[in-house]
Design a protein around this ligand. Structure first.
Ligand code: MN3
Length: 202
């Protein structure tokens, strides 16, 4: 099986002014596309076909060749990132609003926790909202290409279901926000697809 670059569900300028057109074009059309091509090449080189990333590659990630580790992570994380964005400002409602209240005391508490994790990832990485086995929510961060589905990553929380991710690699925000990562995090929170987050809660 080969992986294809997922199409965006919105036009590249649709997230303005929170995420600018040029950044979306380069981020999706160059970075994400590049990881896709490299993942397929690495899988082919290893003779791995018909693999499922979530259930076969990520749990065994440390046993995989380095090129598969990095590009599988980057391919999947970016696909998940784009799906979590929405053109129009949504607010968490229903089950996800209840879960944010139960786990963080409310939306503002969640924003504080998420901003703290996203702004303190050192270097390149990601911040996540995940659902734990007991149904409660937790914010985590990962470095480089890693994600919470990978064996050995965020293990202190037990098995996690990722619900939302922000990419805090510099390529995700530098053209518009330069070194002002906190401004990018605040902008990201304006374009979260909470309907998708709710769907991912299951
Ligand atoms: Mn990226």
């Amino acid at each position: 099986m080969t992986f294809t670059l997922p199409e965006l569900a919105f036009a590249t300028d649709a997230l303005e002014p929170f995420m600018d057109k040029e950044t979306v074009e380069i981020h999706h059309g160059k970075h994400h596309a590049g990881y896709t091509t490299k993942l397929n090449a690495a899988l082919e080189e290893s003779g791995l076909t018909e693999v499922t990333l979530e259930t076969e590659v990520f749990p065994q990630i440390s046993n995989m060749p380095r090129a598969i580790q990095t590009n599988a992570g980057q391919f999947w994380n970016h696909s998940f990132f784009w799906e979590g964005l929405a053109v129009t400002g949504q607010e968490p409602t229903g089950a996800v609003a209840d879960a944010l209240t139960a786990s963080f005391g409310g939306y503002d508490g969640f924003v504080e926790e998420f901003t703290k994790y996203a702004s303190t990832v050192f270097g390149s990485g990601w911040a996540w909202i995940c659902k734990k086995q007991d149904g409660s929510l937790v914010v985590t961060s990962t470095v480089n290409h890693e994600n919470p589905l990978m064996g050995g990553v965020n293990d202190e929380h037990g098995p996690l279901t990722p619900l939302l991710v922000i990419d805090v690699w510099e390529h995700a925000y530098y053209l518009k926000y330069q070194n002002r990562r906190p401004e990018f995090i605040a902008a990201f929170l304006q374009i979260v697809n909470w309907e998708k987050v709710t769907e991912r809660m299951g």
